[in-house]
Design a protein around this ligand. Structure first.
Ligand code: NAI
Length: 396
């Protein structure tokens, strides 16, 4: 069994190594949050598509340890190879499996392309093996591409404006300097590709095949995650290619809800807070906004990390005993504390003033940097990074 001392290897928003002990500690923190903030029971079987990181990982932990569910998770992660570490998501789920087994919960992970027909069928087989109908389907994919399961066309997702090219402040994650960036306008093909990858088509396909296979409880609920954010990020996010995809996702939620509500279930999109994940770190401009937002929300005592957001979402909106409170467009809003007018006014004031010299005074840039490193298991308190660790891991 190979052991190695593993150090971070970071360029921009990419880290090519991950630390198993740090990832395991992160997952135990999520599990503690889930246990403390939830009733301990209430869900039978849960499917999480995108289960290995970010909001999906937190949804899995909350289902298993906050609501006593058994679960099937779907992810796309690379195992270790020799002394080359696995991806962070792989280590996250290795620990989730260890903890689930210790707690007597059943967890099956399917590591493959969630967009493919084959993986959907594997998930159905795993759900059938659990023997109880599915109460909740969480759809939490963030992917740069999607291979069309019928035509084999490879669709790409881009983060670009749809109107004019957009120039705004951003932070260079390699040099920690605030600078201006200009992002060119997306082409029609890029917009269409982003909708194909990050819109609602695949979510709907999942619900249709699960329904046809008879594995959904009549009262099954499903949720997918979206984002709105402030005006300064609108050209790159909500009014950009990804926003067009989120519009499609939200319309799909409303369409699925009509169908699922007939038997007492429901389908919703939950608009979540901006948080440091692998997906959000890759979006230009957003990390600088997150740094300012974190500082303002921490000062006001309203900051939440991914686990806390999802625990609140389940406790107040998603668990079977709750009827979600929706906005005028039928969406759940757990971005309410982020979008609080007082928070936004202060973030905007700092946005206008921020530069390389005052970045750490006005924003929680170190919080962002640490948060980014922790996604990969680095800078996690209590972990001995000088010690060699077992590199291989299993999802069982
Ligand atoms: P993430 O990057 O942390 O996790 C993405 C997950 O998708 C991982 O489990 C990964 O293995 C899985 N995945 C990607 N491609 C796959 C494929 N082809 N097959 C199977 N699994 C695949 O992402 P994050 O940030 O948690 O995003 C999840 C959702 O939440 C996205 O829809 C995102 O837009 C949304 N969201 C994110 C916010 C943020 O600030 N991070 C804010 C609000 C919504």
């Amino acid at each position: 069994m190979p052991t190695a001392v593993i150090n971070p290897r970071i360029r921009g928003f990419i880290c090519t190594t991950a630390h198993p002990a740090g990832c395991a500690a992160n997952v135990r923190t999520l599990i503690d949050l889930a246990r403390k903030g939830s009733p301990g029971k209430g869900l039978g079987t849960v499917l999480v598509v995108g289960s290995s990181a970010g909001f999906g990982l937190a949804s899995l932990a909350t289902s298993l340890f906050g609501y006593g569910a058994d679960a099937v998770g779907v992810c796309f992660e690379r195992p270790a190879s020799g002394d080359k570490p696995a991806t962070a998501g792989f280590y996250n789920l290795a620990e989730m499996h260890r903890q689930a087994t210790a707690a007597g919960r059943k967890l099956t992970t399917i590591n493959g392309d969630a967009f493919s027909h084959a993986v959907k069928q594997q998930a159905i087989a795993a759900l059938k093996a659990l023997g109880k109908p599915v109460d909740l389907v969480v759809y939490s994919l963030a992917s740069p591409k999607r291979k069309d399961p019928d035509s084999d066309t490879l669709w790409g997702s881009v983060l670009k404006p749809l109107g004019d090219a957009y120039t705004a402040k951003t932070v260079d994650l390699d040099t920690d300097q605030v600078k201006e960036i200009t992002i060119p306008t997306a082409s029609a093909e890029e917009k269409a590709g982003t909708i194909k990858v990050m819109g609602g088509e695949d979510w709907k396909l999942w619900i249709e095949v699960l329904s046809a296979a008879g594995v959904l409880a009549p009262t099954c609920r499903t949720v997918a995650y979206s984002y709105i954010g402030p005006k300064v990020t609108h050209p790159i996010y909500r009014a950009g290619t990804i926003g067009a995809a989120k519009d499609h996702l939200e319309a799909t939620g409303r369409e699925l809800n009509v169908r699922m509500a007939k038997t007492g279930g429901g389908a919703w999109v939950s608009v979540n807070k901006a948080l440091v994940t692998q997906a959000s770190s890759a979006i230009p401009i957003v990390p600088l906004y997150i740094a300012l937002l974190y500082k303002v929300m921490k000062e006001k005592g309203t900051h939440e990390e991914t686990g806390e957001q999802i625990v609140r979402l389940f406790r107040e909106q998603l668990q079977p005993s709750k009827q979600p409170k929706l906005d005028e467009q039928g969406r759940i809003r757990v971005d309410d504390w982020e979008m609080d007018p007082g928070v936004q006014a202060e973030v905007h004031r700092r946005w206008l003033a921020v530069d390389s010299a005052n970045l750490r005074a006005l924003g929680d840039y170190d919080g962002f940097r640490t948060g980014f490193r922790r996604l990969f298991g680095f800078e996690v308190p209590g972990v001995d990074y000088a010690a060699p660790v077992e590199v291989s891991a299993e999802l069982a």
